[in-house]
Design a protein around this ligand. Structure first.
Ligand code: CA
Length: 372
């Protein structure tokens, strides 16, 4: 049915009865056209990732494709890479205002709007991927996220996770907390703030500027994600000291934010599809990072001669104390942030105990020297 005819008929019959009438006519001509009958809608998804960027960009595309496939095209999600529709860090405002319908990104990029957004990606010495999912799904985290995001006309879901990130690449060995004094390190967000407290000169650089800065000596060190993504950027060509673990992003959640008007207008079926597509991608991306990091780490060590180094307990304790200080300050920013911080911290205390017995206990035992 042509659009002009549709509009004309709709004016006479009203949209509801028209849909039925149109279905009847279409079915006479062509048995299979459910998407046309129910009406298709294109949703613009903006992202903060370069096109097809491994893990993050490809995950966003997978999410867009899943929603399109599961709704049989009722919701056709068209993905725009960073800068294609709006500059990457304007994704939030674009979705909030309705210029775009949804974004795939990381909530800590919006900390200029509210410091509380950090809790929904990762915070220094915060939750692992398993723990943040537990908090979001069963610890009241999603409800708090809804409350925070609704203030900006957005509804958000977890839609990806990088897992524990690496500590980063350093042009010298880091043996004591003093070695951070004056160190020019690329580390964005709250992690960077923590390192400033112990004397480092932490800077924020977008992904594409990190390698040249490391190469020219403009920075002495950098973090990015983990072996898979770090190998792609080629940091091993400049420095060989690769430190673990990353205290700053122990399981970064990626997110799908949807304009609240768009979300509220979806049918219950489409809401369920979007919600479950996000949940599926949340899990899938995490498994992809874990699968690819192992191979990439092997390549870095055995092909490129990268030397792994573990941060000493003294360094981690010093950074831990600075992290506690920074988090307490963040938690005191405003009443809603305090509410979220209190929930996060309460859940963290319980999670620490259980993770120690379960994941940590088991993986330590598995690392013992025995034949297998
Ligand atoms: Ca990172």
């Amino acid at each position: 049915m042509k659009r002009r005819q549709f509009i004309k008929s709709a004016a006479v019959l009203g949209a509801g009865s028209l849909a039925l009438a149109a279905c009847g006519k279409e079915e006479e001509k062509k048995a299979k056209a459910p998407a046309v009958m129910k009406g298709k809608r294109e949703l613009k998804m903006v992202t903060t990732w370069p096109k097809n960027f491994p893990g993050l960009g490809t995950g966003a595309q997978r999410l867009a494709d899943s929603i399109t496939a599961m709704t049989e095209g009722r919701l056709t999600v068209k993905l725009y890479a960073a800068g294609e529709l709006v500059p990457p860090f304007e994704s939030f405002d674009a979705v909030s205002s309705g210029t775009a319908d949804m974004y795939h990104s990381a909530e800590y990029y919006w900390q200029g709007k509210s410091k509380a957004f950090n809790f929904f990606t990762a915070v220094p010495f915060g939750f692992t991927a398993n723990e943040i999912d537990a908090w979001l799904n069963y610890g009241g985290g999603q409800e708090l996220w809804d409350e925070l995001a609704a203030g900006f006309n957005i509804k958000s879901f977890a839609a990806g996770n990088t897992g524990v990130q690496m500590g980063g690449w350093f042009n010298k060995e880091i043996n004591t907390p003093e070695d951070y004094k004056g160190l020019k390190i690329r580390m964005p967000g709250l992690g960077g703030e923590v390192l400033r407290r112990i004397g480092a000169a932490a800077v924020t650089l977008p992904g594409g500027e990190i390698f040249p800065s490391l190469q020219s000596g403009a920075i002495d060190a950098t973090e990015w994600v983990g072996p898979w993504n770090d190998l792609a950027f080629g940091f091993y060509k400049v420095t060989k000291f690769y430190y673990w673990p990353g205290f700053h992003e122990p399981g970064s959640t990626l997110s799908c934010g949807i304009n609240k008007g768009v979300w509220d207008g979806l049918s219950s079926e489409d809401k369920a599809i979007v919600q479950h597509a996000c949940a599926a991608e949340n899990n899938r991306m995490f498994s992809e990072f874990n699968a690819k990091n192992g191979d990439a780490l092997d390549t870095l060590i055995n092909k490129h001669g990268v030397q792994l180094r573990k941060f000493s307990d003294e360094i981690m304790t010093t950074i831990g104390n600075a992290s506690g200080e920074v988090m307490a300050e963040v938690g005191a920013t405003d009443p809603l942030t305090t509410k979220i911080y209190d929930s996060y911290r309460g859940f963290r205390t319980k999670a620490l105990g259980w993770t120690e017995l379960s994941e940590t206990g088991y993986t330590s035992a598995r690392s013992l020297d025995f034949k297998y």
